[in-house]
Design a protein. Structure first.
Length: 244
């Protein structure tokens, strides 16, 4: 694939157009660096700062970003890189492309009864740099499986949405870890783009306390199993923020 590759939901990439790691990572790094100049938005939980930029040429929708920094008491770089969760009801591995690339189809159920379940099928690219500063990048790109009926049959069934996202965790000199995520999405169906844009900052920001609330239970369970002190017995004091 040429260097003209663009991270966008304007059109799903075909199976014969899947980008190499090098091409996708170059686009991801460029996008993440550009977020530092995006319009600053609301801060949530006194922890998560949001920013955004409107839809431009080649985009299928506008972009939203969240940035947060976390101490080792909340989660270390290694813990953040190892543990990644979503509000996914069911997820199916469609095809393993390589050690760093896989195609997944995810079935999402929303808390609102007026929104029917959605299906998102994406190419996921994972990359971790061990040199200082240690950095992990996770890329999701919408994929069109229609050219391969066998693979398309494995795809979850439901209203199709599209999203593209880049997440990066970076180990900072002060010992903290920065978690930066940028995404552009469309849930499909009849949900107006204006509604999506208005709710997106709060939605992506809620993922952060949601993750740490979940992670605390995982860490405490591990410490209890290993006979280590837990947060409830005077040991490590992790943050248990509530979902916004």
């Amino acid at each position: 694939m040429s260097s003209s590759f663009k991270l966008t939901i304007a059109q799903d990439i075909r199976l014969d157009e899947l980008p190499s790691d090098q091409v996708a990572l170059a686009a991801a790094r460029e996008l993440l660096e550009s977020t530092k100049d995006w319009k600053k938005g609301k801060a949530y939980q006194n922890t998560v700062q949001t920013c955004s930029r409107p839809k431009s040429t080649g985009d299928g929708a506008g972009w939203h970003c969240r940035v947060s920094e976390h101490s080792p008491e909340e989660a270390t770089f290694d813990e953040l890189w190892k543990e990644y969760i979503n509000d996914v009801k069911k997820v199916t591995l469609i095809k393993k492309i390589s050690a760093t690339q896989e195609i997944w189809s995810a079935y999402y159920e929303f808390s609102s009864f007026v929104v029917s379940p959605r299906v998102f099928t994406v190419l996921q690219i994972v990359h971790c740099e061990s040199t200082s500063p240690r950095t992990g990048i996770f890329i999701s790109i919408p994929v069109d499986l229609s050219s391969d009926p066998e693979l398309a049959n494995l795809e979850e069934k439901g209203v199709k949405g599209r999203y593209v996202s880049v997440e990066r965790i970076t180990e900072l000199p002060n010992g903290k870890t920065e978690w930066r995520m940028a995404t552009s999405s469309s849930p499909g169906g009849r949900i107006p783009a204006l509604v999506v844009d208005k709710t997106m900052p709060g939605t992506i920001s809620a993922d952060v306390p949601h993750f740490f609330k979940w992670f605390q239970t995982v860490r405490n369970a591990t410490e209890t199993k290993e006979g280590l002190p837990t947060a409830t017995t005077g040991g490590i004091n992790t943050v248990a923020a509530t979902t916004a």
